[in-house]
Write a protein that binds this ligand. Structure first.
Ligand code: PEP
Ligand code: MG
Length: 336
């Protein structure tokens, strides 16, 4: 109820001492782009493209995907005034639109792809694993569409990230695919550009590899929904596991801290696009942990932008240090 009353802030926001934090929207469909602009989104931090593959008989072709991704870029290019993008890490002219390649499997099965149910659990073939193996064809079509959008005027801020990466081999294979697709488009004489590239940090292994990943890509984006599930070994859709499925558990907070520090050391900017990023009560902690960008469902954007404007970075860092010392969840909540 509170969020509907908080005034929309359409320009970019900074902390009291001038640290700009990008506040972006999570989208499931292109139709959600305009409402997100209206709520003051600086850009898109997570476009969950798998929803373009759901509720139909066959996957969308390259033209359909091009149209979908381009329309999101256009809506933001038209709707967000250039001041609003000033906070974007490594700012360019157009708002940044982070598109995640299809994250299929786990809690997002797709009937027509006929994915083996046994391989498709949370610990099975899902996310980038499917894109590199069984569904290399879908990955290729999606990358072609994305590289073509990146070459358009509205697509200048396009960024692409890969879900559920847990090894350097997977990341390198995905980056190789991007290069191969670029070569194909080049030899076909089709306009393309290589967008900014990033990795989602959603598995314990990826938190330990964050510096290595960061040397290979432009950015990391922490998916706290899956990261919490895997760090806590507690399935995200089981009610009985609710107490474990808490990103404020000390093990998860320390995994986030490790990721931000390692990502920055490797030269990447680090964002967060899990549900945690949209909780205005946690904004000070997240700024204190050093996140450069927070991406969330559009409805919470005004509250989080308002919260950022009240944050003093030095106190936020003290809060983060104190929370990182906590040994139990109760202790975390006390310190918050
Ligand atoms: C996450 O895991 O935190 C995330 C943002 O991705 P999804 O919720 O779509 O799995
Ligand atoms: Mg996820």
């Amino acid at each position: 109820a509170e969020s509907t009353q908080t005034p929309v802030i359409s320009e970019s926001v900074s902390t009291t001492d001038g640290t700009a934090i990008e506040v972006a929207a999570n989208l499931g469909t292109p139709a959600e782009a305009e409402p997100a602009v209206d709520r003051g989104a600086d850009g898109v931090g997570l476009f969950r493209t798998e929803f373009c593959f759901l509720d139909r008989q066959s996957p969308p072709d390259e033209a359909e995907q091009f149209a979908a991704y381009h329309s999101v870029c256009e809506t933001f290019a038209e709707g967000v005034d250039s001041e609003a993008t000033a906070s974007k890490p490594d700012s360019e002219d157009e708002p940044r639109i982070v598109v995640r390649t299809a994250d299929i499997g786990g809690d997002k099965p797709i009937d027509y792809l006929d994915i083996d149910a046994e391989q498709n659990g949370f610990l099975g073939a899902r996310g980038v694993r499917l894109s590199l193996e069984e569904h290399a064809d879908l990955f290729e079509t999606q990358l072609r569409a994305l590289l073509r959008v990146a070459a358009t005027d509205a697509g200048a801020g396009l960024a692409v990230m890969f879900p559920l990466v847990s090894t350097v081999e997977e990341l390198e294979a995905a980056l190789d695919r991007v290069e191969e697709i670029a070569d194909d488009l080049d030899s076909e004489g089709v306009d393309y550009a290589i967008p900014e590239l990033g990795v989602m940090i959603e598995t314990p292994a990826s938190t330990y590899l964050a510096d290595t990943f960061a040397e290979r890509v432009d950015f990391l984006s922490i998916g706290t929904n899956d990261l919490t599930q895997y760090v806590q070994a507690a399935q995200r859709d089981l009610d009985r596991m609710n107490d474990y499925q808490d990103p404020l558990a000390p093990g998860v907070i320390r995994a986030i801290d490790r990721t931000v520090t390692a990502g920055h050391a490797g030269g990447a900017w680090v964002g967060m696009c899990g549900e945690m990023a949209g909780d205005p009560d946690l904004t000070e902690l997240l700024v204190g942990l050093g996140l450069d960008e927070l991406s969330m469902s559009a409805v919470t954007i005004p509250d989080v932008k308002t919260a950022i404007q009240d944050v003093d970075v030095e106190s936020a860092e003290q809060l983060a240090a104190s929370v990182l010392d906590a040994e139990t969840r109760a202790d975390v909540y006390d310190r918050l």
